[in-house]
Design a protein around this ligand. Structure first.
Ligand code: LMR
Length: 398
């Protein structure tokens, strides 16, 4: 079968990790894949996760199937995290949530469900966006379009251009939005801008699909939900894909969720029936462990508080690395002004490094950066920051 078939290209993000692992340079630094590292360069299991796992190990009495939509406590806790415990969406039972295998699984389930009812819709993605968005929605059979987002001149969101694009999106199309910590650019909309976009969705009749993979990595769990709140407030149908890979450090447990917000409780029941039908034919029902860990942490006051504190530590360490990178480059006489890196949010920075520089850093310094210049700030530590700053300064001729 395979003799006449060409090999597929390596994944632009996960393929970089494979190359990094086989690199023998002792100074190598992985600033590619979006995985948090602590000051020791390790990706830790959070203490709250360890504590929850101990409880689960003691409590577990069966490994029978979960419901198609996952553990019901998980679904309820995810909704509280998304909307706030006192939200009108929860009180009015307007949302349904299913545990999906990771944020990618959630996006794909949502995409397949949307394809069933909007077969001719076009999916609009931001320019730029996470590389896998294209793959997920194109593989689900959608035609893709791009809306303006990042302005390389201002190093910020080009909100006017974005609005102009979104105003032209036809009713019935789907717009994929990054709810916070835009990947790869690190620049987000303000609360007010989100309200404008949500009002536009209502006026124009397109469907918002929010990718929410970094809740708590921007300003905090509550602050980061402003996009979700804006769409909930205007009373339109919308989808949210959550990931708990980053904020709970549950990368390999594939713990995510797909939430559908509708306009009434009756409609939500219909949405759930189709969500379950969609999931059943892909993976039948979700893997239990990660969802049970998240449900245990969020439903236990002490563990919940511990999680918020650990999340804050991760967020603050990344912010400190932003400052260290900018001042490290300035100290080395790099002419370009990189100060905008400190106002970007989340794990990533669109560093402004060209593909040529990215290639040079990889070949000469074993520093791995995603094509387009996206840097994972969480890959920087006190131990490697000088090496990275020296290398970038050398690459830029400082
Ligand atoms: C990333 O963007 O690096 C992460 O979301 C990991 C991935 O799956 O690409």
């Amino acid at each position: 079968m395979w003799q006449k078939i060409e090999a597929a290209p390596a994944d632009s993000i996960l393929g970089l990790t494979d190359a990094f692992k086989s690199d023998t340079n002792p100074n190598k630094v992985n600033l590619g894949v979006g995985v948090y590292k602590d000051e020791q360069g390790k990706t830790p299991v959070l203490d709250c996760v360890k504590a929850a796992e101990k409880i689960l190990l003691d409590e577990e009495s069966s490994k029978s199937y979960l419901p198609i939509s996952g553990d019901p406590v998980y679904g309820r806790e995810v909704q509280k995290l998304l909307f706030g415990a006192d939200s009108e969406v929860i009180a009015n039972k307007r949302a349904v949530t299913a545990h999906a295998p990771g944020g990618t699984g959630a996006l794909r389930v949502g995409a397949d469900l949307l394809k069933k009812f909007y077969p001719k819709a076009k999916v609009w993605i931001s320019n730029p966006t996470w590389a896998n968005h294209k793959g997920v929605f194109a593989t689900a059979g959608f035609e893709l379009g791009q809306y303006a987002y990042y302005n390389p001149e201002s190093k910020n969101v080009d909100f006017e251009a974005m609005l102009a694009c979104l105003a032209a999106v036809p009713a019935g199309d789907i717009v994929l939005l990054h709810a916070c910590c835009h990947n790869p650019s690190g620049v987000d909309l303000s609360d007010e801008q989100w309200r404008t976009v949500a009002a536009l969705a209502k006026e124009k009749g397109w469907m918002a699909f929010l990718d929410f993979a970094y809740q708590g990595f921007g300003e905090g769990v509550e602050e980061d939900r402003c996009a979700v709140e804006a769409f909930a407030a205007v009373g339109v149908d919308f989808f949210v894909a959550s990931s708990f890979s980053k904020n709970f450090g549950l990368y390999n447990e594939r713990t995510g969720a797909i939430t559908i917000v509708s306009q009434t409780a009756e409609e939500a029941v219909v949405a759930m029936s189709h969500l379950k039908a969609t999931i059943r034919v892909i993976y039948s029902n979700p893997p239990a462990h990660g969802g049970l860990v998240v449900a245990k942490i969020l439903s236990n006051d002490a563990l919940h508080q511990q999680w918020l504190a650990e999340l804050a530590t991760m967020r603050e360490r990344i912010k400190a690395m932003r400052v260290a990178l900018v001042s490290g480059l300035a100290k080395r006489g790099v002419q370009e002004d990189f100060s905008y890196i400190t106002s970007q949010r989340g794990m990533f920075s669109f560093s402004g490094l060209s593909d040529t520089t990215v290639q040079w850093l990889r070949e000469n310094k074993a520093i791995y950066v995603v094509g387009g210049g996206r840097i994972n700030l969480a890959g920087l530590t006190i131990a490697n920051i000088d090496y990275v700053c020296d290398s970038i300064a050398e690459a830029l001729g400082a």
